[in-house]
Design a binder for this molecule. Structure first.
Ligand code: ADP
Length: 269
C-alpha cells in the first residue's frame, strides 16, 4: 500500500521535472534568440558599412560630374541649340540632386560615430540655426518665428543641431505660400520628471495622418520634388538622433492646417 506522503513525494518530483524541462526550453530559446540577435547586429553593421562606403566613394565622381557639367554650361552654352541647352540643364540639375542625396546619405551613415556627449544649451542651437541662414529665410518669407527659452540638456551637440535644424527647416519649407497665409513656426518645450519634450508647430500645408509613421522612414517623401526639394532623409535622421538620446519623435498633422512635430530627450539620470 502506498502511503500519502510518498504519493506527494512523487507529485513533487514530477512537478520538479516539468520545471527543469521548462527551464531548459527557456534557456535554449534564449540562446537561439541571442545568436539571432548577434547575426542581425552583424548584418546591420555590414549594411551601414556598405551605405557609408558607397556614399563616401560616390562623392568623388559626383563632384567631377557637377564640376564639368557646370563648366560645359558656362563655356559652351552658346554653341548648343535650344534643345541641347535644355538637356544640359537637366544634367546639371540631376547631378546637383545626386550630390545632395549622397551628402545626406553620408551624414545619415555617420550618425552615432564619434559622438561627444555633454551639456548642450538648446538656445545656442537655435541661435546658430538663425545665424546660418535661418533668420534670412524667415524674414524673406514673413514667417513669425517664436521660440521658448529652451533648456540645457545632455546630448551630442552636433546631432541635436541636426535634429532641430531638420524639423525647423521642414516647418519653414512646407509652409503655405498664399498671400494671406501668415506662416508661423513655434518652438516649445515642457519638462517632465524623466525627459524633455520639444514641439515644433507650423500652420503649413500639413499631411494626412495616415502617413505619420511613414515620413520617418528613409527616402519616404509625401510631396513631389518639383514643388518641394528634398532628399527624404531628414526625418529618418531625426528619428535616429532622438533614439540615440533615449527619446522618440512623432508628428500630428492635418492637411491644409499645419503640423506639429514632437520629440523627447531623456534626462540625465
Ligand atoms: P524631405 O523634406 O527632404 O523630403 P524629410 O525626411 O525631412 O525629407 O521629410 C519627409 C516628408 O515628410 C517630406 O517629404 C514631407 O512630405 C513630410 N513633411 C515633413 N515635415 C513636414 C511639415 N512640417 N509639414 C508637412 N509635411 C512635412
Amino acid at each position: 500500500m502506498i502511503d500519502s506522503s510518498s504519493k506527494d513525494q512523487r507529485k513533487l518530483e514530477r512537478a520538479r521535472q516539468k520545471i527543469r524541462i521548462l527551464e531548459e526550453m527557456v534557456e535554449n530559446r534564449t540562446r537561439e534568440l541571442y545568436l539571432k540577435n548577434q547575426k542581425l547586429e552583424q548584418k546591420n553593421e555590414e549594411l551601414e558599412r556598405f551605405a557609408y562606403v558607397s556614399s563616401h566613394d560616390l562623392q568623388e565622381p559626383i563632384r567631377s560630374i557637377v564640376g564639368f557639367s557646370q563648366l560645359l554650361h558656362r563655356k559652351y552654352r552658346d554653341q548648343f541649340d535650344e534643345e541641347g541647352e535644355e538637356f544640359l540643364e537637366y544634367i546639371t540639375e540631376a547631378s546637383f540632386r545626386v550630390k545632395n542625396l549622397v551628402n545626406a546619405l553620408l551624414d545619415f551613415t555617420r550618425l552615432g560615430k564619434e559622438r561627444i556627449v555633454r551639456q548642450v544649451d538648446c538656445n545656442k542651437i537655435i541661435q546658430s540655426i538663425m545665424e546660418n541662414g535661418g533668420r534670412k529665410v524667415i524674414d524673406e518669407n514673413n514667417i513669425t518665428f517664436t521660440c521658448d527659452q529652451l533648456p540645457v540638456v545632455r546630448g551630442c551637440e552636433l546631432e541635436l543641431g541636426q535634429l532641430f535644424q531638420n524639423v525647423i527647416q521642414n516647418a519653414i519649407k512646407y509652409r503655405k505660400t498664399e498671400e494671406d497665409a501668415e506662416p508661423f513656426v513655434k518652438v516649445r518645450h515642457v519638462e517632465t520628471e524623466k525627459e524633455w519634450m520639444f514641439s515644433v508647430e507650423d500652420n503649413g500645408i500639413g499631411f494626412d495622418e495616415e502617413f505619420k509613421d511613414r515620413i520617418f522612414i528613409i527616402f519616404q517623401r509625401l510631396h513631389t520634388r518639383d514643388k518641394y526639394q528634398g532628399t527624404g532623409i531628414g526625418l529618418a535622421m531625426c528619428k535616429k538622433i532622438t533614439e540615440m538620446h533615449g527619446g522618440r519623435i512623432w508628428a500630428s498633422s492635418k492637411p491644409g492646417e499645419g503640423s506639429t512635430f514632437y520629440f523627447t530627450l531623456a534626462k540625465e539620470d
